[in-house]
Structures are given as structure tokens and as C-alpha cells.
Ligand binder design. Structure first.
Ligand code: SF4
Length: 64
């Protein structure tokens, strides 16, 4: 699994970190970033939920 966060699109709403806190966190400015070591999504089924929850569609999840 590969997760891409479009940081130019992210508005810091925090929905991703709420939905999948094991994978997404927020940096000092409140923007989404991946938890170190979890860049592959760690097989967390909530990653897709987080992508859906993002109000601006900044998260792209691809398999492989
Ligand atoms: S839910 Fe979307 S807009 Fe909000 S912090 Fe996550 S990536 Fe950014």
C-alpha cells in the first residue's frame, strides 16, 4: 500500500489523524503527515476510511 498526501491541498482539518491515528499524524503547523515507519499504511484498514474522511481529497491510497 502506498499513501500519498497532497500537502498543497491539505487544509489541516485533522480528519485523517482522527480516523487512522496509527498512520496519520499532524505536524507542528497542523498539516497531515505520516507517522514515521508507517508510510506503507501498515495494513491498517482505517487508511481508506481516512482518505474518504478528508474533506479536500488530499489523500490518495494505491495498492502495491
Ligand atoms: S483530513 Fe485531509 S485536510 Fe485534514 S489533515 Fe488530513 S489530509 Fe489534511
Amino acid at each position: 500500500m502506498h499513501i500519498d498526501i497532497d500537502t498543497g491541498r491539505c487544509i489541516g482539518a485533522g480528519q485523517c489523524a482522527l480516523a487512522a491515528p496509527a498512520v496519520f499524524t499532524q505536524d507542528d503547523d497542523g498539516y497531515s503527515t505520516l507517522v514515521p515507519g508507517r508510510e506503507d499504511g501498515a495494513g491498517d484498514p482505517m487508511v481508506r476510511e481516512a482518505a474518504r474522511a478528508c474533506p479536500v481529497g488530499a489523500i490518495t491510497v494505491t495498492e502495491g
